[in-house]
Design a protein around this ligand. Structure first.
Ligand code: DQA
Length: 152
């Protein structure tokens, strides 16, 4: 039997379903479907499986994180919950996967309240400020970390 493919979950928080029409000067004109297609092309090239999900609900996002417990990698753009959610932080702390926090915008160059992240202390790394390209950068980083782990 062929070995099971590594699985990567990419999770998107509130209002990211509106990408393309939502504040395009900050978040760009690509839709979440465009971003998913680019991610799928990348994971297909790696030979990985991809679960790509979005929710506006904090509790549902916590559930999505729990669903990624057995994954090789979890990439999350928690959107506004980054700055507010201890529940999300605790859920991420319980996941052993390689974890990357991702933001389209450079949150450090915006309003002061965006500089605090409850999520950053419990992930391996953070990518922000590269727009939609950040998703593919995060996949490349997640793969490198997952492969380094597997060869240990
Ligand atoms: C965001 C940044 C957050 O501060 C904001 O609440 C978002 C999107 C980003 O991708 O740049 O909704 O996570």
């Amino acid at each position: 039997m062929p070995a099971a493919k590594p699985v990567c979950h990419i999770l998107n928080g509130p209002n990211l379903n509106l990408l393309g029409e939502r504040e395009p000067d900050i978040y760009g004109r690509e839709t979440l479907a465009d971003i998913e297609a680019a991610c799928r092309a990348r994971t297909d090239a790696f030979g990985w499986d991809l679960q790509f999900r979005q929710t506006n609900g904090e509790g549902e996002l916590v559930g999505f994180v729990q669903d990624a417990r057995a994954a090789a990698a979890l990439i999350i753009n928690p959107a506004a919950y980054t700055h507010t959610s201890i529940a999300l932080r605790d859920a991420l702390a319980a996941v052993a996967a390689v974890k990357i926090e991702l933001h389209l915008s450079n949150v450090h160059a915006r309003e002061p309240f965006r500089r605090n992240s409850y999520v950053s202390p419990v992930v391996h790394g953070v990518i922000c400020g590269f727009g939609s390209k950040g998703y593919v950068l995060a996949l490349d980083a997640a793969r490198a970390l997952a492969e380094a782990r597997a060869s240990r």
